[in-house]
Write a protein that binds this ligand. Structure first.
Ligand code: SF4
Ligand code: SF4
Length: 323
């Protein structure tokens, strides 16, 4: 029987996107392809989230085989990486509850060739393209799990979600938390997006990894130097909590990042400038002319968006501000 997992008292509230956009005077990015992907996600994919499990339940020979089979199906359905972890109260947004025991995390890489100039129309469209294709992956995976007689729910990479994607990805073995606040995978770097399917199939879980990436961040500051909003910190902060390795986390000043992100084609500069992209570049040399380092367009940042009420947002440090 499933138990109910309550969010931890320390959990942040889920993203109130409308309040965030209101705080900067509405949505600014107007790109037809982006609008088209958003429409398809909200008006088509969201309607395909739910479904009934088959009457007959398939019994897996062992938790290890269940994990192996479900993760290989996720790859077959379009994921580039897949991992499984147990859901804990700190993975759940404030006030939410989850009855499923495990999260199957899936990630899909974004193409380097679209991030050779950032921010750009191309990089914005690529973000949304991957949100859409990842949406198809989680829908197919959920349908497959239901065909085996198990219930499950989708945590789409965009929109409302009960789970925090980052801690789930870290526990599922996707990589380490970078200074820029995104997960860095040892092979595909930080240029990927994540979603998950949650279920209570008895699984063997993956383990977080320590490949020396978080330690490297302590000496590399490329993302911090190139962040036009100056939202990425110099130092780890004890108040930001711990990452999966027990380090104090680096915490982004979201009040400075969001206005830049929302007015400059989802910014994303911190991802392609991250040195951990190098290993993946070769893949995009196949037939495409690519640069070794992106052209980075840095404009004057808009004022910070601090009007979102504290109870509707997670806490963030006021990085490099006078007061
Ligand atoms: S998305 Fe842009 S503004 Fe936000 S942290 Fe990254 S580089 Fe800075
Ligand atoms: S650019 Fe450097 S400091 Fe920033 S996340 Fe990547 S490795 Fe870490």
């Amino acid at each position: 029987m499933n138990g109910t997992i309550q969010a931890s008292p320390q959990s942040p509230p889920a993203f109130s996107w409308e309040q965030w956009y209101e705080s900067i005077g509405g949505r600014h990015i107007r790109i037809a392809e982006v609008e088209s992907y958003l429409k398809k996600i909200y008006e088509d994919q969201y309607l395909r989230f739910d479904g009934e499990p088959a009457a007959e339940k398939y019994i897996f020979p062992s938790p290890a085989e269940a994990s192996q089979r479900i993760k290989s199906k996720a790859l077959e359905f379009g994921a580039d990486i897949s991992g499984i972890c147990e859901i804990e109260p700190s993975d759940i947004y404030k006030g939410r509850t989850v009855t499923e025991k495990y999260a199957i995390a899936v990630g899909q890489r974004m193409r380097w060739r679209e991030f050779q100039t950032v921010p750009s129309r191309e990089s914005a469209i690529e973000c949304l393209r991957v949100y859409y294709t990842l949406g198809e992956t989680v829908i197919q995976l959920a349908q497959y799990i239901r065909s085996l007689g198990y219930t499950c729910r989708i945590e789409h990479p965009i929109g409302d979600s009960d789970l925090l994607h980052i801690p789930i990805g870290l526990k599922a073995g996707f990589g380490e938390l970078g200074r820029h606040g995104s997960i860095i995978h040892p092979e595909i770097g930080p240029l990927f997006r994540m979603g998950s399917v949650i279920t209570s199939i008895p699984f063997e879980t993956d383990k977080p990894i320590d490949a020396g990436i978080a330690a490297f961040c302590d000496t590399c500051k490329a993302c911090r130097i190139y962040c036009p909003a100056k939202a990425i910190p110099d130092e780890r902060s004890a108040a930001a909590g711990k990452d999966h390795l027990g380090n104090d986390r680096y915490m982004i000043d979201t009040g400075k990042c969001f206005p830049y992100f929302a007015t400059h084609n989802y910014c994303s500069i911190c991802l392609p400038v991250c040195v951990y992209n190098h290993k993946e570049w070769a893949k995009d040399f196949d037939g495409y002319k690519t640069k070794l380092f992106p052209t980075v367009i840095m404009n004057e940042p808009p004022p910070p968006a601090d009007k979102v009420p504290a109870e509707l947002r997670h806490q963030y440090p006021r990085t490099g501000r006078d007061s």
